[in-house]
Design a protein around this ligand. Structure first.
Ligand code: IMP
Length: 173
């Protein structure tokens, strides 16, 4: 396997995920929340977030894609739609792995927003703020990172490295 420079160790990720989960719980308390996890990248984050969330939670999935290799194509493809009945009238938290140009988050926010949730917020583990093309900011974010292509903890490079328990950058030979 290629060498990876670690950016966030497993412990640091878990600590931050717990903080976010408790922050969300502070907002919703006893009200039911639907967490919408975007596949595949956010799946590790969503699982850990829900395990740390002490309230009433449901989990749904949505699959979109825009990336090829290391760059966003800007064109979002909806690969797995969501049933509007599961969103209508509910408190919804969109769970993303990383916000880069912002195209994906903008698309998903509009897609879910059109299903008339009771409330809607976005929660990303990583935010590459400097790369933003679309004016959109996640409501909750784990870590703001520089313009680096990162892998691990669900994030891939051409489907590889998702299984790493930490987040890092592939060192190219
Ligand atoms: P955006 O539409 O440009 O904001 O891209 C968001 C999506 O691109 C994320 O959900 C990821 O799937 C992917 N992505 C963006 N940056 C990275 C990265 O550094 N590593 C792995 N995937 C990334």
């Amino acid at each position: 396997m290629d060498k990876i420079n670690i950016l966030y160790e497993e412990e640091a990720i878990q600590k931050r995920v717990k903080e976010i989960a408790l922050g969300l719980y502070d907002t919703y308390k006893d009200e039911e929340v639907v967490f919408v996890c975007t596949l595949k990248g956010a799946v590790f984050f969503a699982c850990d977030l829900l395990k740390r969330y002490p309230g009433d939670a449901r989990l749904e999935f949505l699959r979109v894609s825009s990336y090829e290799g290391e760059s966003s194509t800007g064109k979002i493809n909806l690969k797995m739609p969501l049933d509007a009945e599961k969103i209508n009238g509910k408190h919804v938290v969109i769970v993303e792995d990383i916000v880069d140009t912002g195209y994906t988050l903008e698309y998903i926010t509009k897609y879910i927003g059109d299903m008339h949730p009771k409330s809607l917020v976005t929660c990303t583990l990583l935010d590459k703020k400097a790369r933003r093309v679309v004016e959109i900011d996640p409501t909750y974010s784990g870590f703001v990172i520089e313009d680096l292509f990162v892998v691990g903890y669900g994030l891939d490079y051409d489907q590889k490295y998702r299984n790493l328990p930490y987040i890092g950058v592939v060192v190219k030979e």
